[in-house]
Structures are given as C-alpha cells and as structure tokens.
Design a binder for this molecule. Sequence first.
Ligand code: SF4
Length: 315
Amino acid sequence: MLSSDISDLVRQLRQRGVRKAALQFPAGLKRQAAKYAGALQAEGFEVIVSGDPCYGACDLALETLEHADVLVHIGHAPVDRQEKVIFVPYPVDFDVAVLEKVLPLLKGKTTGLVTTVQHARLIPAMEAFLKGRGIDVRVAGGSGRTPLRGQVLGCSFSAARETGADEILFVGTGVFHPIGIALAAKARVVALDPLTGIAQEVSADSLLRKRFAVIEKARGAKTFGIIVSTKSGQQRLELAHRLAALSPDTLIVTMKEVSPDELLNLGFGCYVNTACPRLSYDDQVRFHVPVLSPQEFEILCGTRTWDDYAIDEIP
Ligand code: SF4
C-alpha cells in the first residue's frame, strides 16, 4: 500500500463525513486487510472487513453498509456506480521495456492495446513505447463496465473491439482475456505477460472445440436451470427470462455463489449461466453437468447457429 493511496482514501472518507468504514478485498489482496485497517484506525476511523469471497467489482459486499457508512472496495475499478462505495485501485507496475519481447509477434497495420485494471495506469507509457518503435497503436477510451482507458474485463472486451485495429495486444496474465478478445473482436491476438516476459499469439480454437463438446453433451439434458446471480453487478434477470422462454423445461434459479455442490444439490441436467461468464468457460471441469453460456443455450435451442458463436459479455 502506498502512503499516497491511504492519504487519498483518508481525504475521501473525511470529505464524506465517514466514521465507520467497511473494507473489501479480492482473494489475492485479502492479506492486506490488517494493514489497511490499521492505517485507517490510526486516523480515527472505525473499520470492519468483509471476509466473504470476492472476485470483482461486480461482487460488492453491500450488506456491510448495515454496519458502516461506506464500503471501500480495493483492487477494482467500478462496473457500475454505487453511491456509498469508494473504489481504491491496487496498481501492479512493471518496466514497459518488457514490451520489446512482443515486437517480433506484431504484424498488423494497426495494433489495439488493452490490459487489465492492475496495469491500466501504464497504458500511456506502453502506448508511448510502442509508438516509439513505429507501431500504429490504438487505445479505446473507458466506458461502461470498463471505465479506464484500454481496460478489459473477463466479461467485457469492448475496449479491444472499439480500437477497430486488425490485431490486438493484450498485456496481462493468463489466457482467458486474450481468448475472449479473439472471439469478441474477431482479430488476431498477441498476449504479453509483463511479469514473466512471455509473449505468444493466442487462438480461440481450443476453447471453441471444448464448448462444442459441452453443447453436444447438453443435448441429453431434460431439465435446465437458468442461473441468475444475486451479486450486485452480475444480475441479468431479463436475459434469464428471455432464455427461459426458449424451452418449456427451464426454471430460473437465483444464486450468490455458484458451486459444484450447489448445482449437484439442485439436480438439473444442465445449467445456463447468466452470472459471471467465466464460470462456464473456466470452471466447466469442476461441474458434473454442462454449464452453458446464454449464447450456447441459444445454439442448443436452435435460435442461433454455431457460425454465430459469441463469447458472453455483460453490457
Ligand atoms: S462478472 Fe466475472 S469477469 Fe466480470 S467483473 Fe465480475 S468476476 Fe470479473
């Protein structure tokens, strides 16, 4: 935690007249809780910490507001506006010279640059580095669920699509985001992990093969549970009703945490997931029955063709 971050937070809390603050951290930052709480207590604030799992700004511990004047959510940018929530970034910086490693893989006339929230403040430095190497780099402005310039989320790739570039450079860890970008932007995607320096071209083919197999398996199901999340930034009830109308064998099920045990207990032959899209794509191996995305259920029901396959995004 930077002292400038905490002094900025203290300033915001004082401006709002806050006496009691609740703190929320995603899993990777939970161990920072005591440090943040100690720093705020030393400034005279009462503090409580949410210990529930948290995966994103879509998952705000709003129930803590029964015991606090404000919720301070660390590590994510807002996906929607919430009056009593303060979002505090947790940037992870690196030397942008690591982008040298990806230059041999860039072949497009124009290159769209995107990253995740942790590295978003380095977008101007990365952009300047690439321009200095003769790359025609494009960065989309922030909007909607991704308010930071060049920011993508696992449920929103509009910052990649909006560049209109013929290839996209994703700077960040893991392959889920670049695969999602390839499907959403229909462009060639190169990914650079800025912490290891590993650069690679990423294709969506393997994900598509797996999802085709999951849809085929779902054809044997007799009952379909349409999952609707009760988390603040994942609720898509209207979509769930539209999907439920596609088959007489559906039932809408509300859930907070979607776990293999809970799906097993509910006993449906297949689930359609309108909660965090990553649940279907990343966690299918943990589930005993198919968990389809909304678009995959449309394919199953014959209202969408396989050629129109699309990655699920939350608008
Ligand atoms: S819905 Fe999923 S991908 Fe989107 S912000 Fe929440 S946790 Fe991240």
